[in-house]
Design a protein around this ligand. Sequence first.
Ligand code: CP
Length: 307
Amino acid sequence: MRSMIDVLDFSVEELQELIDTANDIIEHPAAYSERCHGKKLATLFFEPSTRTRLSFEAAMYELGGNVIGFSEAASSSAAKGESVADTAKVISCYADIIAMRHPKEGAPLVAAMNASIPVINAGDGGHNHPTQTLADLLTIYREKGGFENLTLGFCGDLKFGRTVHSLINAMSRYPGTKVVLISPEELKLPSYVKKDVLAAKGVPYVQTTDLEGAMPELDILYMTRVQRERFFNEEDYLRLKDSYILTPEKLKNARKDLSIMHPLPRVNEISVAVDDDPRACYFKQVLYGKYMRMALILKLLKEAGRL
Ligand code: CP
C-alpha cells in the first residue's frame, strides 16, 4: 500500500505530477469538487495543529469527500494505552485514507505498516513533515518558476525543525541547490541530515550564526520558530527563542526577488511589519498546502484502487 511517510517516498517526477495537479485544481476547482464523493479521510492528530489538520480537512471537503478523526491524543483510546499499530488497523475499517501527526518519530511509519489504507505523515516529532514540504515546493515553483540553481537560507531552529529536514531532503535532489544554515550553536542542523543528505548528495552548504551577513546571496529565506515543545528545559527555550527576528531593517541587503518563507505558526521570528513586503510568501504557503494535499489525496486513493 502506497503511503507518504517521507518526501523521498516520491520521485522528483511524481512531485512534479502533484504540482501539476495542484496547479490544475487552482485553475479548475469545479472539475475536482466531486472526485472523492463517498470517500473518508481520517485525521489522527496526537499533537496540536491548525494548518495541517484543517488544510487536510478542507482539502477532502473540496474534493467532495468526508472527514472523521480526532485532534488530540486525550480524546482517543491512545489515552487508555492503545498502540499506534492497533489504531491504524481500527481506522482502516472506517476510512479510505489516514493523515497522522504524532509526537514520536516513526509513528506514522508504524501506522503505515499496519494499516490497509494509505497513511500520510502529517508531522512526526522532530523528524519529518512531508506535506509541509509539498506546500513549500508549490510555493517555490510558483515564485521561482522551477527548482534549479537556488540558494536557500534556513534560519532558526534547525535541530528540531522537521519542516527544515524535509525541505532539505527534497531540494537536495535538484541541480544547483546551495544551502546556508543559519542558527545558534545549540540549534544546528542534526549531523545525520548534513551527512546523509547534504554531503551524500554533494550539496554545498555553510553554517553561520549571521543572518544579515548571509542575506545578500539568498534566493529563499526559510525562517522557523524555535520548537518549544521539543526542549527539555524551559530556561534553554527562553534563552534561544528570540535568537533571530526578521525585520524590514534586516532585509535591506536582501535581493529584490528574495522569497521569504515560514511554515508557520510564527511566534516572534518574523516581525508583522514584514507581512506587507511583497517578498513575504508565508500566507501563500498556507493556501498552496491545501491544493497539494488535495493532489496527494487523489494520487494515493487512485493508487490504492479506491477512486
Ligand atoms: N506548518 C504546520 O505544520 O502548522 P500546524 O502545526 O498548525 O499544522
